[in-house]
Design a protein. Structure first.
Length: 746
């Protein structure tokens, strides 16, 4: 039987729980993560596609406007989209994930949440009410486009998944407020003027809002498939109705009946939480006692607890930080890190001594895990040594941050983790220079110096450092923008060439018949299609497209079986045909050895054909009425087209689907590795994809770039000569490594 849960009141207020309760079932946390990834991926795709559309749209609006100020705003917006088109999607995704998690697991009181108004999305300062109202209008306009039933489903099911009350309409983690907050943050990071940011938010709104309903539908379908509130029934409650909570506390007017939570739990297939938090605290204290007694299995259990979001990272366990004397000792060691990476070994030794002298068993375990994590990071071959050296200087800081907030290992949004993730992300970027004196390494060294000097016990220090790193990343991006612009101009020309080659191969395929020798097939598809393509795009072609097509028809006719009457026509045709082939092949890079092999084999094929016809007693061969190429009495070769069969169309569709599967998931900014001549792999960044997705540009600092046609890249991916790079952060991999080692040892 399906569970039915009443929807929140249509006109009355709805009491939110004071703080969210984390899902106790590990499967629920995985489902939350899957939903977050679904929303982030689809929204990021919308942002990417919208950026591609808006540049031309805003430029056209600027040309039409007679207002000089308006023109300036629009052109500034166009410039921002053009200069940062590669970054906007990545920055938006990162910002949205932060906003999503903050909203999902926020522990603020409801009264505090209600007090937060549109100033959160303010485009300039808090004093600028006009800007705040402008953003509020954008959000309200976006909400007006949404399907109330889909919104209701997301609010209710996210609440049920977290074993808490329904989310308010503007508070759920995928609400328009969250989306435009992330987009505003993204544009602000790119140093856009407030007016430009406002104009871009206006331009993005219809595109983003128009896709939100579809995203909500997917989320609801996924959650219903997992039996999270399969059915929701609307019920309008009286605004004056007052019900009693199970514990006797009177809820706000219009709140749901006392069994709403239990019904939500039943629909989701989970038991009500009951006294789960108290039980968790008892279990935690028992584990610490076992750790203090040195029980062997306690260490593995405590490690798994520290790195497990369900067990620790999202739990409401009031675990105390390290004692002040230990933190003060670490602050002193932190200053020593100014001496540079060469002092690292002695520093870590001193760190261990301090923790053994002044720390608890849990403190000692925390330091041990941090050390293992940093050892793993240091051994990662994808990180350049100059970046590793700056990370090593931060190890004491990371220890102190983990002792202050022990969710460091379990929570990806921990400020210190976000800082390390961004440093490693920039350091592993194939397009960024990472030499000792490069802009990135010098900038990171200055930021690390600042952290070592300023971090005491306020994790907000890392937020400030992260903002400085984002500025550094933008400066590095601008540094390579001119170089990348040149490469993309070349790639656009390459796309014209690829399109022309595809058209040439399609025309060749129509003219080839089953009797065409393999030698000629391969030559036409592989080499002559290139000749025809260059003839199409060149301003003053050596051989025009039409002339190239006539060469195809002449070559195919020349190798088809002949009657006795056709031999003389062949002899007259061959000198012109060979001359045209030679002329056309000079326009491409055709290897001399292949040229020699092809023309020698072509000569032998013609010789065998002539000898077969002239052989004594050879039967008179009738003209083949099915041949695609026919020569008329005036010596003109004519193409006799045949309709494509259903099997041919099906084969083409399957080939297209196979290419799409091979390239699925490849987006701008993705990292890939390309096999070199010596068998080693080098890391590249997918810098540009043509609008038609037929040309892909891979780049690597300082001047290395590769431009691949779609079919070529699909073949290389299938063969393993090009491979995708795992997207997980270096720190995520390190912590997962620790968890796996402890699980294996347990």
């Amino acid at each position: 039987m399906e569970a039915h849960v009443a929807a929140p009141p249509a006109q009355a207020g709805f009491a939110d729980s004071a703080r969210s309760i984390p899902p106790r079932d590990p499967g629920r946390y995985a489902l939350l993560d899957e939903c977050r990834e679904l929303v982030a991926t689809r929204l990021s795709r919308v942002i990417r596609e919208t950026v591609d559309k808006l540049g031309e749209q805003l430029a056209m609006d600027a040309r039409k406007s007679s207002d000089v100020h308006e023109q300036s705003l629009l052109l500034d917006a166009v410039d921002l989209l053009r200069l940062h088109r590669e970054e906007i999607e990545q920055r938006f995704r990162r910002s949205f994930n932060t906003v999503f998690e903050r909203r999902l697991f926020s522990k603020r009181d409801v009264a505090q949440d209600a007090a937060i108004d549109a100033s959160q999305l303010s485009l300039v300062s808090e004093e600028s009410m006009e800007e705040s109202l402008a953003v509020e209008r954008i959000v309200n306009r976006a909400r007006g486009r949404l399907d109330p039933d889909e919104v209701l489903g997301v609010r209710a099911r996210f609440g049920a998944l977290l074993e808490r009350d329904w989310f308010e309409e503007d508070q759920h983690p995928a609400a328009p407020e969250a989306v435009f907050e992330a987009l505003k943050n993204t544009l602000a990071e790119l140093a856009a003027r407030s007016e430009v940011t406002n104009r871009l938010l206006e331009a993005f709104e219809p595109h983003v809002a128009g896709n939100l309903n579809g995203i909500y539908t997917k989320v609801n379908e996924r959650l219903k498939a997992s039996q999270i509130l399969p059915t929701i029934q609307r019920q309008v409650h009286n605004a004056g109705t007052r019900t009693t909570k199970p514990d006797g506390e009177a809820p706000q007017a219009g709140a749901p009946g006392p069994d709403a939570r239990a019904l939500a739990d039943g629909a989701a297939g989970a038991a009500p939480p009951g006294g789960g938090e108290a039980d968790a605290m008892d279990a935690f204290h028992a584990l610490i006692e076992r750790l203090e007694k040195g029980i062997p299995t306690a260490k593995a259990q405590a490690t798994r607890m520290l790195v497990d979001p369900e067990a620790f990272g999202l739990a409401d366990l009031p675990v105390s930080p390290a004692e002040p004397p230990l933190l003060q000792a670490l602050t002193h060691l932190q200053q020593t890190a100014h001496a540079g990476p060469n002092a690292h070994a002695k520093l870590i030794e001193d760190l261990g001594d301090r923790v053994r002298e002044q720390g608890s068993p849990l403190d000692q375990l925390t330091v041990e895990i941090v050390s293992i994590v940093f050892d793993y990071i240091y051994s990662d071959p994808r990180l350049p040594d100059p970046i590793k050296q700056q990370l090593l200087r931060m190890q004491v800081v990371a220890v102190k941050a983990a002792l202050i907030d022990r969710s460091f290992f379990a929570r990806r949004q921990h400020p210190m983790r976000r800082l390390i993730d961004r440093m490693t992300e920039l350091g592993a970027d194939p397009e960024v220079e990472v030499g000792p004196e490069s802009l990135l390494v010098r900038g990171l060294a200055e930021i690390v110096d600042w952290i070592l000097e300023n971090f005491d016990n306020d994790l907000g220090t890392f937020q400030q450092a992260l903002a400085r790193i984002e500025e550094l990343g933008s400066a590095c991006a601008e540094q390579r923008q001119q170089w990348l612009a040149k490469r993309t101009d070349e790639a656009r020309r390459h796309e014209l060439l690829v399109n022309a080659e595809e058209d040439a191969r399609a025309q060749i395929a129509l003219r080839i018949d089953p009797e065409t020798p393999e030698l000629v097939r391969e030559f036409l598809y592989r080499w002559w299609a290139q000749v025809m393509a260059r003839g199409r795009i060149a301003e003053d072609p050596v051989l025009s497209w039409d002339d190239g097509l006539r060469v195809v028809e002449g070559l195919l006719w020349s190798v088809a079986p002949k009657t006795g009457e056709e031999i003389q026509r062949l002899a007259a045709l061959l000198p012109k045909l060979i001359g045209a082939l030679m002329t056309g092949l000079k326009t491409i890079e055709y290897p001399n050895e292949e040229r020699e092999v092809f023309f020698n084999e072509l000569l032998r094929a013609h010789t065998r054909m002539i000898e077969a016809v002239k052989a004594p007693g050879a039967a008179r061969r009738p003209k083949n009425p099915e041949a695609r190429m026919q020569m008329d009495s005036q010596g003109v070769i004519r193409f006799m087209p045949k309709p494509r069969s259903a099997a041919m169309r099906a084969a083409e569709e399957e080939a297209e689907a196979e290419r799409a599967r091979a390239l699925s998931g490849l987006v701008r900014g993705a990292a890939v590795e390309v096999m070199q001549a010596d068998g080693e792999f080098l890391r590249y960044k997918l810098a540009w994809i043509s609008p038609a997705q037929k040309v892909f540009v891979l780049s690597r600092y300082p001047e290395d770039s590769i431009s691949y046609a779609r079919d070529d890249l699909a073949r290389l991916l299938a063969s393993g000569r090009v491979r995708r790079v795992e997207e997980a952060s270096v720190l995520d991999r390190a912590i997962e490594h620790v968890a796996q080692e402890e699980s294996a040892a347990a």
